[in-house]
Design a protein around this ligand. Structure first.
Ligand SMILES: [Zn+2]
Length: 363
């Protein structure tokens, strides 16, 4: 397909499979998508095609949900139980070349045996689905974090035998164990040793369910970013990131609320020294924030600019939330943002994620 790519130095272009190059603005691109009749959108920045990689894409494995008496058709997201033609068609329209697929952890409160069975089905099935389209999909492993010693083996098996690129985890282990708990250290040690990415996706904050009632889907709208904020704050303040400095972590939804208000964490123990439990951190909390990765699912130019300023533009990767329609135009969000250079846009669109997930930039 790269034969059709037109070289347009210094400007953006979208090129469809029929070889038609269109200059980069949203209106012409949408027109191209409609006229193209399912053509795969190719994303080109400054004359160079970029392999775009989405780190935040969901699926469920119907067979695993059935073990909990759940029907995948009741889950939110059209096509959530499918890793095939429908998903590919939508990716083609959006200009997403590769999805790193994760399964939200719905088994943390199950018994160890049942959770092991669910994760086995998830990992084997997702690996099979990815293998059918190895140039379009990679997978994150499911782990039974409530049984950390099993999770260590699952992670190693998933990466070494099933070709997974890391693991998808929640924001805590079902609200009963924080990721800073030393019981989970062997899991983080294994992830660090393997050099694979941990993708943190929140699971709301069910403890606040009463306060989330009413209009606005608050359990998700603010419950999810809050869950991520709590998860990251614990691994920062308890010194988990000092123990595992090589750990690669990427959080969904731009890291929730934490990167937008990070400096508060640098000042809390100055204001309330009696709340210091004696953990000696090697760095300021905001420095740990800059050590981690985040997706770009923050909607506006200004939010993306601020996120990049707080965490570093080299820490940002596309997150669409596909097939949940939070943001269907993540590629244009980056392409059309006036605050970044072409090189920075290429990093966010795919170069950084490619390095994290072991995906070649070549087509
Ligand atoms: Zn999501």
């Amino acid at each position: 397909m790269h034969d059709h790519t037109h070289e347009l130095a210094g400007e953006l272009a979208f090129v469809d499979c029929n070889g038609g190059a269109l200059h980069g603005n949203t209106a012409t691109n949408e027109a191209a998508a409609q006229a193209g009749g399912g053509a795969r959108r190719q994303v080109v920045v400054a004359g160079k095609r970029v392999k775009t990689i989405d780190v935040h894409a969901h699926c469920v494995i119907p067979k695993a949900l059935e073990l909990q008496g759940k029907d995948h058709r009741q889950e939110r997201g059209p096509g959530l139980g499918e890793v095939g033609s429908r998903r590919l068609r939508e990716m083609d329209e959006q200009g997403i070349d590769v999805e790193a697929i994760s399964i939200n952890p719905h088994w943390y409160k199950e018994s160890r045996d049942k959770a092991v069975e669910i994760c086995k089905i998830n990992n084997e099935t997702l690996a099979e689905l990815c293998a059918q389209h190895p140039d379009r999909f990679v997978g994150f492993a499911s782990l039974t974090l409530q049984a950390p010693e099993v999770a260590v083996q699952q992670l190693e098996h998933a990466v070494k035998k099933l070709g997974m690129r890391g693991a998808a985890i929640g924001g805590s282990v079902g609200g009963t164990m924080e990721f800073a708990d030393a019981k989970l250290d062997p899991v983080w040690r294994k992830a660090e040793e393997l050099g694979v990415l941990l993708f943190i996706h929140p699971q709301s904050t069910p403890e606040l369910g009463n306060r989330f009632k009413g209009n606005g889907w608050l359990a998700n709208t603010i419950g999810n970013p809050l869950d991520t904020t709590i998860a990251l704050s614990h691994i920062i303040f308890e010194g988990t990131l000092d123990k595992f400095p090589g750990l690669k972590i990427c959080s969904a939804h731009g890291g929730g609320f934490l990167p937008s208000y990070g400096p508060r964490s640098d000042n809390c123990l100055r204001v309330a020294p009696e709340m210091d439990t004696g953990v000696k951190l090697k760095k300021k909390p905001t420095e740990y924030i800059r050590d981690m990765y985040y997706d770009t699912l923050v909607f506006t130019d200004e939010a993306l600019r601020h996120l990049a300023h707080e965490v570093g533009v080299e820490k940002l990767v596309i997150g669409t939330d596909h097939p949940i329609p939070w943001q269907a135009d993540s590629v244009n969000h980056i392409l059309n943002c006036s605050h970044f250079t072409d090189a920075q846009k290429r990093m966010m669109l795919g170069e950084t994620a490619g390095k994290l997930l072991g995906i070649s930039p070549e087509f």
